[in-house]
Structure formats: structure tokens, C-alpha cells
Design a protein around this ligand. Structure first.
Ligand SMILES: [Zn+2]
Length: 155
């Protein structure tokens, strides 16, 4: 199941998730509005592990409602979170993804590398930075539809 904790940095509320987004997640999420004081809310998604479609539905319904009156930002999103959010955009409640884990794969030797990529870096490198393969030095590819990602969450 999912748990969260909340910190206040004076300007925004930081909500850190840990665990899984599964059916029944709405009972956990229901505790967030009372715990968050700011209208700017940053969600740290790094420690979200397993996600299923039932959980995605409930998560999206909550965020759509919660984001209607707040500015939401999602940081350190795992690739599974991004993949689900591309199918169910309400998962980010009208907010923005400002950093995410990207899985790079080498087309030549099939090595993988997971890298945290910041939105500002994506923009300055035409979405994603070139990532040389640690094994053979050839440019690695990403496993996400970068154009769709940019349109939905990074604009
Ligand atoms: Zn390689």
C-alpha cells in the first residue's frame, strides 16, 4: 500500500510517496488535503514501486480533483508512473512533471541505464540528453515516446 509524509518549505508543501498505487489507494490519498497547507504542492514519486490500473484510476480521480484548486508538480517520477500517466493524464492533476527517471537502452549491446533527467535538461538538449553507452560508447536510445511526453506534461 501507499504511504506519504508531508513537509512544508515555506513556499510549497512537499509530499513524499512510498509504496504501491493499487486498488484502495483513495483511502490513503484522502488524507492529503488536510495535511497540505500550501496551494503549491510538489509530489516526490521516487519511491513509488508497483502500479496497477485499478490504482491508476483512483489516483487520477483524486489528483484531478485535488489539482483543480492547486499547482501540482511531480518530481523524480519512475518510468512506470510516466507510462501510466501518458494513458491517464489525470494522474498529474493538470500539473507538471519536472523530473523523471528515464530508461536508456543501447541498440548495439542492449545495456540499460536508468538516469534521473530534469525538465530543464530535456529542453536544452532537444528533450533528452545524449547518453553514451557505458559498454560500447554508442548513443543510447530511450524507451518512451518523447514527443507525447513533452506535449502532455512538460509544456
Ligand atoms: Zn552499448
Amino acid at each position: 500500500m501507499l504511504v506519504f509524509d508531508v513537509q512544508d518549505d515555506g513556499k510549497l508543501s512537499l509530499v513524499r510517496f512510498r509504496g504501491d498505487i493499487l486498488e484502495g489507494v483513495e483511502t490513503v490519498l484522502a488524507g492529503i488535503p488536510a495535511a497540505v497547507q500550501r496551494t503549491s504542492v510538489r509530489f516526490d514519486c521516487e519511491h513509488i514501486n508497483y502500479i496497477n490500473t485499478m490504482g491508476v484510476g483512483a489516483f487520477g480521480r483524486f489528483m484531478k480533483n485535488f489539482g483543480a484548486t492547486r499547482q501540482l508538480e511531480f518530481v523524480r517520477c519512475p518510468q512506470s508512473f510516466i507510462e501510466h500517466a501518458m494513458m491517464v493524464p489525470s494522474m498529474v492533476g493538470g500539473g507538471r512533471v519536472t523530473s523523471l527517471y528515464v530508461n536508456f537502452e543501447c541498440p548495439s549491446c542492449r545495456r540499460h541505464r536508468l538516469k534521473l533527467v530534469d525538465r530543464s535538461v530535456m529542453k536544452s538538449h532537444d528533450l533528452f540528453p545524449n547518453e553514451p553507452c557505458p559498454g560500447c560508447s554508442k548513443p543510447m536510445h530511450i524507451m518512451l515516446d518523447a514527443d507525447a511526453l513533452d506535449e502532455r506534461f512538460l509544456g
